[in-house]
Design a protein around this ligand. Structure first.
Ligand code: NAP
Length: 291
């Protein structure tokens, strides 16, 4: 796995539960580096994200010592052991530790690379990470030109760990989380008044437009890790917690021709829910979607 962090000149990373400083260019670098990846974070860091919500376009694994916690859009791990189990389900290059202090400290030995934004100032931090310049086995592999943000100097540095501790890898690695990350395209469905069809379609549309909308709890992680080896994305798809465009469309296509066809976007999902729940008719759907 890898980690990504912004540090001040004392390797400070945060104060009062927040970042020391937010540099727009660094935020873009962070987004580009972690997009489509698995991001691992502590609960405090989750709370510090915009609206305290999981980062979209990434599979969010959150470590929290809070029994029964569910975080919409995220997988909650209740112990370091569970988190290791989940990390081991993905290729190590796909997994990024995004903080905070406790997560960097615990997972640093397992990281092969560290993307460090070095900011040349003292942020008077209360949370730090180890100084990689002084840590055995770590060396600078890449460094950007010095950059400037409103008079503050910073640079992007990549450190490489010569001997990361091996992670215990699952037998069946997850390789394709596209159902989770993909930008959601509209799907065409048929307005068929069959209860079984409506129920299945509703579940599939939710899995497609709002994957993991009810979260995935530590109890569910336990159940998953205890079961037969199966890639995580396959497990989520089987449980109808994520779905791909092809999956939804293939199911809906079987019914096109049997009822009026409409195209649904994420925003229109509520209208389709009301139809699936028998609250409105197919005619209502058509008039609402035409508005
Ligand atoms: N500069 C950057 O790039 C950057 C990036 C991310 C975060 N940060 C900063 O880092 C600071 C937060 O760091 P932090 O160390 O306070 O918090 P953190 O690592 O984000 O999260 C700590 C949380 O994780 C839980 N946790 C940690 N290890 C656990 C374990 N082994 N088992 C179960 N639960 C565990 C803790 O539960 P318990 O307390 O109950 O053990 C706690 O709820 C903030 O200031 C944030 O802004 C900076």
């Amino acid at each position: 796995m890898k980690l990504i962090v912004a540090v001040d000149e004392k390797w400070g990373i945060g104060r009062n539960g927040d970042l020391l400083l937010s540099i727009p260019d660094d935020m873009l670098y962070y987004r580009a580096t972690t997009r489509g990846k698995v991001v691992v974070m502590g609960y405090t860091t989750l709370l510090s994200l915009p609206k305290s919500k999981p980062a979209p376009g990434r599979l969010n694994l959150v470590l929290a010592d809070i029994k029964g916690l569910r975080v919409p859009g995220a997988v909650v791990c209740g112990s370091m052991e569970q988190l290791h189990g989940m990390i081991g389900c993905f290729h190590p290059d796909e997994v990024f530790d995004i903080g905070g202090g406790s997560m960097y400290r615990q997972l640093l030995p397992y990281c092969s690379d560290a993307h460090i934004t070095k900011m040349r100032f003292d942020g008077e931090a209360d949370t730090y990470i180890p100084n990689l310049d002084e840590l055995d086995g770590w060396h600078v592999a890449d460094e950007s030109e010095p950059k400037d943000h409103e008079g503050l100097q910073y640079s992007f540095v990549v450190y490489h760990n010569e001997a990361p501790k091996p992670l215990t890898m699952a037998e069946d690695l997850s390789t394709d989380m596209s159902a989770y990350f993909k930008k959601k395209e509209p799907v065409t469905i048929a307005l068929v008044d069959d209860e079984g069809y409506k129920a299945e379609l509703k579940t599939l549309l939710h899995a497609y437009f709002r994957p993991l909308e009810n979260g995935f709890s530590a109890d569910e992680v336990e159940e998953y890790l205890d079961g037969e080896p199966i890639a995580f994305e396959t497990y989520l798809k089987e449980r109808r917690l994520t779905a791909s465009f092809d999956e939804v469309q293939a199911y809906a296509d079987r019914y096109v021709g049997q009822g009026e066809a409409v195209t649904v976007t994420k925003e229109e999902l509520e209208v389709i829910d009301a139809f699936a729940d028998g609250e409105i008719t197919a005619e209502d759907v058509i008039s609402k979607l035409k508005q």
